[in-house]
Design a protein around this ligand. Structure first.
Ligand SMILES: NC(=O)c1ccc[n+]([C@@H]2O[C@H](COP(=O)([O-])OP(=O)(O)OC[C@H]3O[C@@H](n4cnc5c(N)ncnc54)[C@H](OP(=O)(O)O)[C@@H]3O)[C@@H](O)[C@H]2O)c1
Length: 240
């Protein structure tokens, strides 16, 4: 696969899964822009990438979880790259804590902001300027309630509907929109060594290759909005 000449944005590209996706898109020859609220994370991302690919990484300090911040990031991307061929939203993050009956309101608000509102803002900012593919990543908590991670299940299920609604409203727009639901934990260089990973769990490389395939212009145009990965995962029994 070859993405040379393509210009992609990975929102959340300094995070665990986003880094893997960024690495793969660069490996395939694309130019990739990654925003982050924390310049240090952008520096760490750059230094973790193969040297040969670093000149095609563009980093933008900014907050895509803020209504004004995301527009600033979007405008810098469009000004710098000229166009956007694809966006990957790898936003949010796992959380475990008390049951919903005891979740403190600020915690609830932060988790909904991180796992749902940031997706809304990125999609709202980028979909109108995109001539290509928009991929939002989601997880297994969207499909079944995960006790002690309740706000994540709620936000992830709502993310599915957010994307369905954008897709319905943009049916005639020149964009292809997909939700890639990653149904196992993702093992990357960030995985804590004290928690042994199971052999069937996906690696960052596998997830990134899958996402790159979905972004590719030759990905089937009639593919469904929601793509489960792995497709044969038993949602009810799968590890969280
Ligand atoms: N990690 C896994 O094992 C796994 C498994 C299955 C599915 N997934 C899915 O993969 C996606 C990413 O997860 P992850 O584990 O890579 O998360 P992560 O390491 O915590 O990274 C998430 C990224 O989201 C950004 N973000 C979070 N809240 C934000 C906010 N309020 N405003 C702006 N940016 C915000 C952060 O950007 P900054 O750089 O600005 O902080 C961060 O880079 C999620 O959709 C998750 O469901 C992950």
């Amino acid at each position: 696969m070859d993405l040379r000449g393509g210009s992609y944005v990975v929102a959340g590209g300094a995070g665990v899964v986003g880094e893997a996706v960024t690495r793969e898109l660069l490996r395939l020859g694309a130019t990739v822009t990654v925003p982050s609220r924390t310049p240090d994370r952008l520096a760490q991302l750059r230094s973790a990438l193969p040297e040969a690919d670093r000149d095609r990484l563009r980093t933008v300090p900014g907050d895509v979880g803020d209504p004004a911040g995301v527009l600033e990031v979007r405008d810098r991307v469009v000004d710098g790259a000229g166009r956007v061929d694809g966006v990957v939203a790898s936003l949010g993050g796992w959380w475990e804590g008390p049951p919903l009956t005891e979740v403190a309101f600020p915690v609830w608000q932060r988790l909904i902001d991180d796992n749902l509102t940031a997706h809304f803002l990125v999609a709202q900012a980028f979909l109108p300027v995109l001539r290509g593919t928009y991929v939002a990543l989601n997880g297994i908590a969207a499909f079944r309630p995960v006790p002690l991670s309740g706000p994540i299940s709620v936000a992830d299920a709502a993310l599915t509907m957010l994307l369905r609604t954008f897709a319905a409203e943009l049916a005639d727009a020149p964009v292809r929109l997909h939700e890639v639901a990653i149904l196992t934990p993702v093992v990357t260089r960030h995985w804590p060594p004290e928690e042994p990973a199971k052999p069937h769990w996906l690696t960052g490389e596998q997830v990134a290759a899958h996402v790159a395939g979905v972004l590719h212009p030759e990905f089937p145009a009639d593919a469904p909005l929601q793509l489960r990965f792995p497709a044969d995962c038993d949602i009810e029994t799968a590890d969280i």
